[in-house]
Design a protein around this ligand. Structure first.
Ligand code: IPE
Ligand code: MG
Length: 235
């Protein structure tokens, strides 16, 4: 979700105002996804690198996340949406951390959609932590090195409970991954749009999905019309 700052700057507003508007896009996209029957949606809300922004902006974003968790719980429950926290939550302030834990627990039995919140998340850190976990299991003798396969790695990532994404959307005209899901997006379709995140609402989301529907996914296989990943079945 990129472009909040530029959206605000273009209007002579503070960056924080852009973040505030971006929060409305989150609600719009989450609820549109749920209505469309999309089973999994992950949002890259705050990266490991974002911690290096000025503390006033970081603090504002943290407050915004906290408020989001408090105000959205009811709406998420009503829509049967389960929340998963992806990322290094140990870096979050205790109050936000416990609000996150609370929403994860409250929504744990919801099944209509899973919403992954990547907060304090980094793809490389995710892979590194997974490698450490696997190394620990090997050192403890509970796993053999030769048993480590792709499923082992996938299962040690923060996204263990999620299938690989079919579509990744990046807003605001940037065409890079910026340390989001790295291992997970091996065969993900990429969609880039110039629309800034605060302007990205249901209509733009539908456009991205329509674009995705015209893609031919081959997963490295020549055969026409094969539209499932050989590894997806494991997830
Ligand atoms: C994305 O908007 C929001 C977060 C990182 C939380 P930006 O804040 O990156 O907006 P730009 O890129 O400066 O326009
Ligand atoms: Mg940005």
């Amino acid at each position: 979700m990129d472009g909040n700052g530029r959206w605000a700057q273009r209007r002579g507003l503070t960056r924080n105002e852009g973040h505030r508007r971006g929060k409305d896009s989150v609600r719009a996209v989450v609820e549109a996804a749920r209505e469309l029957g999309i089973p999994y949606l992950s949002l890259f809300a705050f990266s490991n690198e974002n911690w290096l922004r000025p503390s006033t902006e970081v603090n504002f974003l943290m407050q915004l996340f906290h408020r989001y968790l408090l105000t959205e719980t009811k709406r998420l429950m009503k829509r049967d949406i389960r929340v998963l926290a992806l990322g290094d939550t140990t870096r979050l302030a205790p109050a936000l951390r416990s609000a996150l834990k609370q929403i994860v627990e409250t929504t744990a039995n919801n099944r209509s959609m899973t919403l992954g919140l990547a907060l304090s998340y980094g793809g490389r850190q995710d892979i590194t932590a997974a490698a450490r976990r696997i190394a620990e299991a090997v050192a403890a003798g509970t796993m053999k090195p030769e048993d480590v396969d792709e499923a082992t790695v996938a299962g040690a990532l923060a996204t263990a409970a999620l299938p690989d994404p079919d579509l990744l959307i990046r807003t605001s005209g940037e065409q890079r991954i910026s340390n989001f899901f790295l291992f997970q997006i091996a065969y993900t379709e990429l969609y880039f749009t110039d629309t800034l995140w605060p302007d990205f609402r249901e209509r733009e989301f539908l456009q991205a999905l329509a674009d995705y529907q015209h893609r031919e996914r081959r997963f490295g296989i020549v055969e026409n019309g094969v539209n499932h990943h050989p590894l997806r079945a494991q997830n």
